[in-house]
Design a binder for this molecule. Structure first.
Ligand SMILES: Nc1ncnc2c1ncn2[C@@H]1O[C@H](COP(=O)(O)OP(=O)(O)OP(=O)(O)O)[C@@H](O)[C@H]1O
Length: 610
């Protein structure tokens, strides 16, 4: 596994500062009172061992002196020992509290930032996906950042106190201990940078492993996996991903083992030399017994404070580097240049696509190559075309999930780019080909189409009625309050567990239709393959309903079932990224082009069967 490129690490110094500033301000704003008590307790806790060491030295010196009074000192020793024992428990509690408060705020901000990505481009970008996942992990480690700040401050205080103590006893030894510590500090900082780069580079393995694990443990793919017997195959792929990330982790651990092992030997040697010197000096009468005890406590204290400080700095750096992903997501620009001002005018004239070109990225081929299409106000326009012709892509452009690469889409003459996406989408309702089935109650599944209906069951029922699913939903064990999921229990009533229900594909499709219908006042209704999963009777019934629903409304209907689109006001054929034919059903049949060919092909299929 290669480390992150050098350029990446250079950028990281700046990112690190931004990350530190963001983390400190987040922690402070989320829990300022607790932070103050935490810092105070940490500092007092760090001073306690120094006080203990001095009290111990004085007690020993007095004990070895005839008639030395030790009562007060012994009490002080007990008090500092008590403080040293109790404070860490308090610090631990405060750290967890601060971590929770800051984590709550950060989670809210992260998901709000993800919502600010109003289009789909970033969500389809693997780098952004990696960042999102690492950002969530980073939030989980905020408590460690708090810990790091505490350890750094405590370590610095303990270090200063013990160095001062050591200086009194032996300036030469002080220099020696400090010089031995510098390589440790530098090495730890470099190691932590390398570890962060490694973690970033193996994120792709984690994401793929997660994908396979979801497949293997989720319900969605369970039937196919069993039928095709591909469980072992998928598991092998998942384990490959795990092995790749483990291999990178093992290499990093080995590197740390070598470096940290060497550094430990170095500090043990320094401590040994110091001990030998102190004992020799005490023998010669240059140091008292208490001095030797103090010396030992100071050497151990300096080394342990340095270790704490080094770990706090390198660990803090690693955590802040992980936190840079959070900062990158919350500060990311919206993916679509966003119209802040402006409104979506109520549709009066219609929608027009003017020479629209689109490709998903510079590396992808063109999907649309100069589409010109009008969807006049109050008309039903049908879009037909072969698989992959770009029909769903065109729908996504209409909802402004992406902006056209070239050309314009006009809403009553206003460029969609000049309309805030949220306002535009309030005027549109849709059933998508790949509609969502939410693991929520039946009523909620419909109300998601217009949240104002959450408190208005009448509107929900009416939409369900129009989509032909009311009777089914009303007959469920808890009617519209029945959870449509077997994945988790909805509600908290332990004595009366709510059993979830699983709907069929066609029933889910009707629910998706109801979700679109519930948004009554929409200006544009988009129906992308709304009846593909329905039985023939249901399909006929739904098309009748949709025809009624479309009456006087502006709508765009996409279907491979050409009998379903024949009564649209206009039919447009999308082929090779362009509109190649358009007109009414009769005109297109008379023109004897590709629409006529496809229509006859489908009709012949039915006739042959008769
Ligand atoms: N998110 C995406 N990223 C990259 N390419 C995409 C993406 N979505 C679709 N495409 C590509 O764009 C082309 C058009 O796809 P689209 O889904 O719009 O076709 P369609 O006409 O709706 O097809 P179908 O009738 O099969 O539903 C296809 O070649 C597809 O591979």
């Amino acid at each position: 596994m290669s480390a992150a490129p050098k350029g990446d690490l250079r950028i990281r110094a700046r990112d690190l500062r931004a990350s530190a500033a963001e983390a400190v301000s987040l922690i402070w704003r989320a829990a300022s009172a607790n932070v103050m008590v935490f810092l105070l307790a940490t500092l007092v806790g760090a001073a306690a061992p120094i006080a203990t060491a001095w009290a111990t030295k004085l007690v020993i010196d007095r004990l070895t002196t005839p008639h030395g009074a030790v009562g007060g000192l012994a009490l002080a020793l007990v008090a500092t020992g008590l403080g040293a024992a109790v404070l860490p428990v308090l610090v631990h509690y405060l750290r967890a509290q601060i971590g929770r408060s800051a984590g709550l705020t950060a989670t809210e901000r992260l998901f709000a930032a993800a919502e600010r990505q109003v289009g789909l481009r970033n969500f389809e970008n693997p780098t952004f996906q990696d960042r999102l996942r690492l950002a969530q992990e980073g939030i989980g480690r905020i408590a460690e950042i708090v810990d790091g700040i505490g350890s750094a401050l405590g370590g610095a205080l303990a270090l200063t106190g013990f160095i001062a103590s050591l200086l009194i006893l032996s300036p030469a030894m002080t220099v020696m201990v400090l010089v031995a510590a510098i390589p440790a500090l530098v090495a730890e900082i470099l190691l932590s940078r390398r570890r962060s780069a490694m973690e970033w580079s193996i994120e792709q393995f984690h994401r793929r492993e997660f994908f396979y694990s979801q497949l293997l443990t989720g319900v969605a793919a369970a039937t196919e996996i069993r039928l095709f017997g591909i469980g072992a195959f998928l598991r092998a792929r998942m384990m490959d991903e795990r092995r790749s990330s483990d291999a990178a982790g093992r290499r990093m651990d080995l590197r740390e083992l070598r470096v940290q092992g060497g550094l430990t030997v170095l500090s043990a040697t320094v401590a040994g030399v110091g001990l030998w010197w102190a004992i020799t000096a005490a023998r010669g009468g240059a140091l008292s017994v208490g001095d030797v005890a103090m010396f030992l406590a100071a050497v151990i204290g300096v080394q342990s404070a340095l270790a704490t400080l080094t770990a706090a700095i390198s660990g803090g750096q690693a955590r802040l580097l992980a936190f840079t992903h959070y900062v990158a997501v919350v500060r990311a620009e919206p993916d679509l240049p966003r119209a802040q001002q402006g409104t979506a005018p109520q549709l009066r004239q219609g929608i027009e696509l003017r020479d629209v070109w689109f490709r998903y990225s510079d590396d992808h081929p063109w999907v649309l190559r100069g589409v010109n299409l009008a969807i006049p106000y109050g008309c039903a326009v049908a879009l037909v075309g072969l698989n992959g012709a770009g029909k769903s892509t065109l729908v996504k452009l209409l909802c402004r999930m992406y902006d056209p690469t070239r050309g314009q889409i006009l809403w009553d003459g206003v460029d969609l780019r000049d309309i805030p996406p949220a306002m535009l989408r309030e005027r549109i309702s849709a059933v998508f080909q790949d509609h969502m089935n939410y693991d929520m109650t039946a009523g909620e599944n419909i109300a998601l189409g217009d949240l104002t209906t959450l408190g208005e069951p009448g509107r929900i029922r009416e939409a369900a009625g129009r989509a032909g699913i009311h009777d089914k939903l009303a007959a469920l064990p808890r009617g519209y309050d029945t959870p449509l999921t077997r994945i988790f229990v909805v509600g908290t009533d332990k004595d009366d567990p709510v059993t979830g229900v699983v709907l069929s594909g066609g029933q889910w499709q009707r629910l998706a239709l109801a979700r679109a219908f519930v948004r009554n006042d929409s200006d544009l209704m988009i129906l992308d393959e709304p009846s593909s999963g329905l039985d023939p009777e249901a399909e006929h019934e739904i098309h009748t309903v949709m025809r009624e629903h479309r009456e006087g409304r502006t709508s765009l209907l996409i279907s491979h079932r050409l009998s379903a689109v024949r009564d649209a006001d206009h039919i447009a054929v999308l082929d090779g990224g362009r509109i190649t034919e358009h007109g009414s059903h009769d005109t297109l049949l008379a023109a004897d082009g590709s629409y006529a060919r496809l229509f006859r092909l489908q009709a012949a299929g039915y006739q042959e069967a008769l």
